[in-house]
Design a protein around this ligand. Structure first.
Ligand code: 13P
Length: 252
């Protein structure tokens, strides 16, 4: 059984004060839904204060990135150990990082390894662009992202990741994939690629999330699918009622 997981990716939003306010509005509702693994991923600057607020709860905290080196002259970067001081999870390979900050499968792979080595759970994002989707290249692109992004992990390490299928054309556009469409991609493309790396047992134990314009209204359509084990939520994770609705839908 794969426990459902819903993570809120706050992206580059919220000052410390605003983040505190959002977290304190979310907390009571989130604490009620223990059947779902709930994770919030604020920006780096808010991790310390939010970590303090989450003490004594079973709500997880995640960062949105890290650097693979342990320390040194990497101006502007944050190391795995620095993230581990506050977090249990880290989002890696998000399409916004690939698009705007030059991340490629090889750097995602280094980050995934570094995160696993320090004991963080990587939420590894993959997804095809609109042009790739329209050219019928979805399977090819996702398979490459899985095989290169997760290259050289042991099966045990593979079993500790979470994969998030986020079609780039669905992110922030209000045009979510269909539940059936996303399920198909996870079942026919992503799990077979994971199987080829880690074997079928490990592949079938890895949580597969969907991300891209998930809202309180459409969440149930995704969670009703056998291969979709939760969601990585952007815009709607900044709205208290909407995010709580998504989390509750995952519990059903
Ligand atoms: P939206 O939910 O805003 O489409 O963003 C999805 C996402 O990128 C989560 O990582």
């Amino acid at each position: 059984m794969r426990k459902p997981l819903v993570a809120g990716n706050w992206k580059m939003n919220k000052t410390v004060e605003q983040a505190r306010e959002l977290a304190s509005d979310l907390l009571p509702g989130l604490q009620d839904v223990s059947a779902v693994e709930r994770v919030i991923c604020p920006p780096f600057t808010a991790l310390l204060p939010i970590c303090a607020m989450l003490k004594g709860t079973d709500i997880g905290l995640g960062a949105q990135n890290l650097h693979w080196e342990t320390s040194g002259a990497y101006t502007g970067e944050v190391s795995p150990a620095m993230v581990k001081e506050f977090c249990q999870y880290v989002i890696l390979g998000h399409s916004e990082r690939r698009t705007y900050f030059g991340e490629i499968d090889e750097t995602v792979n280094k980050k995934v390894k570094a995160a696993l080595e320090i004991g963080l759970t990587p939420i590894v994002c993959i997804g095809e662009t609109l042009a790739e989707f329209e050219a019928g290249r979805t399977a090819e692109v996702l398979t490459r992202q899985v095989l290169l992004g997760l290259a050289d992990l042991t099966a045990d390490q593979g079993g500790r990741i979470v994969i998030a299928y986020e079609p780039v054309w669905a992110i922030g556009t209000g045009k979510a994939a269909s539940g059936i469409g996303a399920n198909d991609v996870v079942a026919k493309v992503i799990r077979p690629a994971l199987s080829s790396l880690f074997g079928e047992d490990v592949s079938s134990s890895i949580r597969g999330l969907y991300g891209g314009s998930v809202t309180g209204e459409n969440a149930a359509e995704f969670f009703g699918q056998p291969e979709i084990d939760g969601a990585l939520v952007g815009g709607a994770s900044l709205k208290v009622l909407n995010f709580l609705e998504i989390v509750k839908a995952a519990a059903k």
